[in-house]
Design a protein around this ligand. Structure first.
Ligand code: COA
Length: 347
C-alpha cells in the first residue's frame, strides 16, 4: 500500500463554530454560492456544511502524503456532480493538476463522516445511519425475499442491527458507483453476511449493472461496523490496472536522476547530480535543455503535462527548479485522472 491506495476516514460530531462563521472560513467562493442558494431547511444546510468540513479534512490529510504543505480548506472545492456525487476541484493556479481524490460523504443525527482515497480512479462509498432513528417497516421494501431470508437466519438480537447494516451497505455501494440508489434498492443484491467480520457481499443487478458493467459477476465486499447507536459501512473498489500504471515518487525521482545523468554526461560536473540540484544555477541548464528534458519526460510517461506553464511560472518568478520539485510536478500530473487537464494514453 502506498499513498495512492491508502484510504483516509474522518468524522466530525458537531460544527466547530457557528455555521456562518464556519462557511466564511472553509468554503471556496463556488461552495459559498452553492450554500447560499440551497433551498433547504436549516438542518440540511448545516449537515451539508458539516459534510464539507469533514470532507475537506479528508482531502487535506490525503494530500499531506504527497505534498509538503496541503492546501487550506477554502482552496479545496467539493461540489456535487449532476448525480449528487461529491467531486473535488481546487482553487488557484498552483493547485491546478493536483490529484482529485475519490471521495464519499455521509451524515446522520449531527455527525458527518467522509472517506477518501488519493487514487482518482478508485471508487469509494461510505454510509452512516443511527439505530435510534430506524423505521420499523423498511425491510419489506428494502430487501428481496432472499435477502430477508438472510436476516431471518440471524438471532433476534442481531436482526435489527444487521437489517440496518444491510441498508447501509447498499447505500455505500450506490455512492461508490456515483449514482446513489437510483437503480433501485433490489439492484444491489446482498448474497452473504459475515457477522463475525462485519462484512456484507453484494452483487449488482439490472440498473446498477448498467451503471457499472465491469462489475458483472463480481462480489463486492462492504465493511460494516457498529459504534454505540451508529452503524457505519464503507466500500473501496480499486479499478483494475489503474493503480499499477502509476510509478511511485521514488521511481520518478530515480528516472529523473538517471535522465539528468544521460543529458549532462559530457558537461563535466565536479559533483554527482542530487535530488536537491537546481537545474539552471547549479547544473547550468539553458532554456532549450529544459525543454528537451520536459519532452523526454512526457514521452517516457506517455502523458502530456503543462511544462510550458511551469517553465513560464519559474521564469516570471525568476527562481530556479530543483530535481525534487520537478519530481513533485511529474508525480502530481501522473496522478491526474484521464481527461482532467491531461489526456493519458493507456498502452
Ligand atoms: C445518495 C443517497 C444514497 C444518499 O443517502 P442519504 O441517506 O439520503 O444521505 P447520506 O447522508 O447517507 O449521504 C448524503 C451524501 O451522499 C452523497 N451523494 C449524493 N448523491 C450521490 C451520488 N449520486 N453518488 C455518490 N454520492 C452521493 C453526497 O455527498 C451527500 O451529501 P451532501 O449532499 O451533503 O454532500 C440517496 O440520496 C440516493 O440514492 N439518492 C439518489 C436516488 C434516490 O433518491 N433514490 C431513492 C432511493 S430510496
Amino acid at each position: 500500500m502506498g499513498p495512492w491506495t491508502e484510504s483516509v476516514y474522518c468524522r466530525l460530531d458537531a460544527l466547530p463554530c457557528a455555521p456562518e462563521a464556519l462557511a466564511g472560513l472553509i468554503l471556496s467562493p463556488g461552495e459559498r454560492e452553492h450554500w447560499r442558494s440551497m433551498r433547504a431547511v436549516a438542518k440540511r444546510r448545516q449537515e451539508w456544511l458539516l459534510g464539507r468540513a469533514v470532507a475537506k479534512e479528508t482531502v487535506r490529510a490525503l494530500l499531506a502524503r504527497i505534498m509538503e504543505a496541503p492546501p487550506a480548506p477554502a482552496q479545496i472545492e467539493i461540489l456535487p456532480d449532476s448525480y449528487g456525487c461529491p467531486k473535488v476541484h481546487y482553487c488557484g493556479a498552483a493547485l491546478q493538476g493536483a490529484p482529485a481524490p475519490a471521495l464519499s460523504i455521509a451524515h446522520s443525527q449531527g455527525t458527518a463522516v467522509a472517506l477518501g482515497i488519493l487514487d482518482p480512479d478508485a471508487r469509494v462509498g461510505i454510509d452512516l445511519e443511527s439505530l435510534t432513528s430506524r423505521r420499523e417497516d423498511f425491510e419489506s421494501v428494502a430487501f428481496s425475499p432472499d435477502e430477508r431470508g438472510l436476516l431471518a437466519a440471524l438471532t433476534p438480537e442481531l436482526r435489527q442491527e444487521w437489517a440496518l447494516r444491510m441498508w447501509c451497505a447498499k447505500e455505500a455501494t450506490g455512492k461508490a458507483l456515483g449514482r446513489g440508489l437510483s437503480a433501485g434498492l433490489l439492484a444491489f443484491h446482498i448474497t452473504r453476511l459475515d457477522t463475525a467480520r462485519g462484512t456484507i457481499e453484494i452483487e449488482l443487478r439490472d440498473g446498477a449493472l448498467l451503471q457499472c458493467a465491469q462489475l458483472k459477476n463480481m462480489s463486492l465486499n462492504i465493511y460494516t461496523a457498529r459504534e454505540s447507536d451508529f452503524i457505519f459501512s464503507a466500500i473501496i473498489y480499486y479499478q483494475q490496472g489503474a493503480v499499477r500504471m502509476r510509478p511511485s515518487r521514488q521511481e520518478i525521482l530515480d528516472y529523473l536522476l538517471q535522465k539528468m545523468g544521460e543529458l549532462t554526461q559530457d558537461w563535466d560536473y565536479p559533483d554527482p547530480v542530487r535530488p536537491e540540484s537546481k537545474l539552471f544555477t547549479e547544473l547550468g541548464f539553458e532554456s532549450l535543455d529544459a525543454v528537451v528534458l520536459c519532452t523526454a519526460i512526457q514521452e517516457h510517461y506517455q502523458t502530456p503535462m503543462p511544462f510550458a506553464e511551469l517553465l513560464a511560472e519559474i521564469g516570471q518568478q525568476q527562481r530556479d527548479l530543483s530535481i525534487n520539485e520537478l519530481t513533485d510536478f511529474v508525480n502530481i500530473h501522473l496522478a491526474a485522472p484521464a481527461g482532467a487537464g491531461t489526456q493519458r494514453r493507456v498502452q
